[in-house]
Write a protein that binds this ligand. Structure first.
Ligand code: C2E
Ligand code: MG
Ligand code: MG
Ligand code: MG
Length: 293
């Protein structure tokens, strides 16, 4: 009796499970293909100083032209790359290609010195060659280390051991900055946080979304993350700012930097020059003034 009852249930579960495994395997194959055929490219999303709205940093985001991967974004394929041991190659590709773009455009970047924020997988914390690779590429492309910031997700740091903190320290010793991405979605306690040599917290979009609710409790969460950051002398970036109301609240709160579709979506490199021009900041301020009327 029990057996006949549980069997179909088991089959349903198993079917979903194997479909999921099949999908992941298939995508892993597409990623390998794309790497081999060089079907990746980078987009850049500006991060604005909250008070002036000046573009002070650019987050580097991975994109693919692979037809097979149409509709599959990095939020899906990066975790698969991590599972299938392809992430080291991807992260190295992103770092090297970012450095190469910086080197090509060095003279004009020197005028505004935007920080380039590169996402890396927590897998690199277990990669004893990572600091060496980073150091070698910085030298090879002649990149000032302080122009680079690496973003690691908070969730990925939850199981950090002392060994991993050594990698973080190694990165900081090179002069490269560190940022905690999607902050608030993991479970890092305040006293753990002080052990991490990070410069910046990126407050996760889910908390910025909460600001649309009119109750004070939702706002308190963002407020307390910001004040925690300030206590530890960390700067804050609000991720995923989409409305004027969020912008107003965050800038009044004293959040240091803002990023989101309200200001700009990720763009290809040929549009970055325009974003760094002072006239862009003027236009942005003007358009936000109009929207808030
Ligand atoms: P993330 O690092 O938290 O990046 C922010 C993501 O939120 C980006 O999505 C960005 O386009 C999106 N976003 C920013 N502002 C807004 C907004 O106002 N509204 C909405 N709806 N979305 C916004 P994207 O490019 O799809 O990247 C997703 C995730 O994939 C990233 O999250 C990051 O974890 C990972 N990723 C992207 N590129 C790379 C990479 O080169 N290497 C690694 N290891 N991971 C990457
Ligand atoms: Mg990021
Ligand atoms: Mg994030
Ligand atoms: Mg994210």
């Amino acid at each position: 009796h029990v057996k006949s009852n549980s069997l179909p249930h088991f089959q349903v579960f198993d079917k979903h499970f194997s479909q999921h495994v099949y999908f992941n395997k298939e995508v892993a194959g597409f990623i390998k293909d794309a790497l081999r055929k060089n079907e990746f490219y980078l987009q850049y999303m500006p991060i604005h100083e909250a008070q002036s709205l000046k573009v002070v940093a650019l987050e580097v985001l991975l994109r693919t032209t692979s037809k097979k991967m149409e509709g599959i974004g990095p939020d899906v394929f990066i975790p698969i790359a991590e599972k299938f041991n392809l992430i080291k190659e991807i992260d190295a590709w992103v770092i090297e290609n970012t450095f190469s773009i910086i080197k090509e455009n060095y003279t004009y970047l020197e005028a505004t010195k935007p920080i380039f924020c590169i996402n890396i997988s927590s897998e690199q914390l277990r990669n004893t060659n990572f600091v060496g690779l980073l150091s070698r590429l910085l030298k090879q492309y002649d990149i000032p280390a302080e122009w680079i910031e690496l973003e690691l997700t908070e969730t990925s740091l939850v199981n950090v051991e002392d060994k991993n903190i050594e990698v973080l320290q190694g990165i900081r010793e090179l002069g490269v900055r560190l940022s905690l991405d999607d902050y608030g979605t993991g479970y890092i306690s305040f006293n753990q946080l002080i052990n991490y040599p990070v410069n910046n917290l990126k407050i996760d979009k889910s908390f910025i979304d909460l600001l649309e609710k009119k109750d004070d409790a939702s706002k308190m969460i963002v407020k307390s993350i910001h004040s925690l950051a300030t206590t530890y002398q960390l700067t804050t970036v609000a991720e995923g700012v989409e409305t004027i109301e969020q912008y107003r609240y965050l800038s009044e709160l004293g959040c240091d930097f803002l990023q989101g579709y309200l200001f700009c979506k990720p763009v290809p490199w040929d549009q970055v020059k325009t974003l760094l021009d002072p006239s862009h900041t003027e236009k942005l301020r003007e358009s936000l003034r109009e929207k808030s009327l």
